[in-house]
Design a protein around this ligand. Sequence first.
Ligand SMILES: [Zn+2]
Length: 176
Amino acid sequence: MRRAPAFSVRCAEVVPSPCCGESLSVIGSRRRKLFEATGEQKLLVIRRMRCLGCRKIHHELPDCIVPYKRYESACVESVVAPGAGEIAVAADHSTLCRWRSWFRLQTTHLLGCLASIAIRFGLDVAEESSVPSQTAHHRFGRFVGDADGWLGRAVRSVANSNFWVHTRSAFLSEAL
Ligand SMILES: [Zn+2]
């Protein structure tokens, strides 16, 4: 298999540690494979960081990754967004079904987290539309904009704010 060159992931903003809200110091990096829609793999280099409060280790979560998913968040988004016509993701049927049910189960939780984050940081949020047939995509758009990449932005905001519900470190897992 052709090996794609690895590239480093750097989040632009400084995020506080999800455990204590302290600073994070970079202590190294790890590699993580990520599938693109075509089925090609790329290799990401993700920074390992240590919380200066409790010394717990976290991994940086970039927009292109949904925790515990092996495909780019753009792929997941194109599959779970209602009304997405053609699915051009080279993944098997059961994977696509898993993404859809994951999204159905997570939507309410994620939206609740985004609402809390908006309140906590005093962010401006678009008015809720009175149109009842609003798609999930539009409901997320209130918080993170509905341009392409909304799922990655939503998930990253939630994970980096320590709202991600999972038994393991929220920031990023080693699960592949
Ligand atoms: Zn900590």
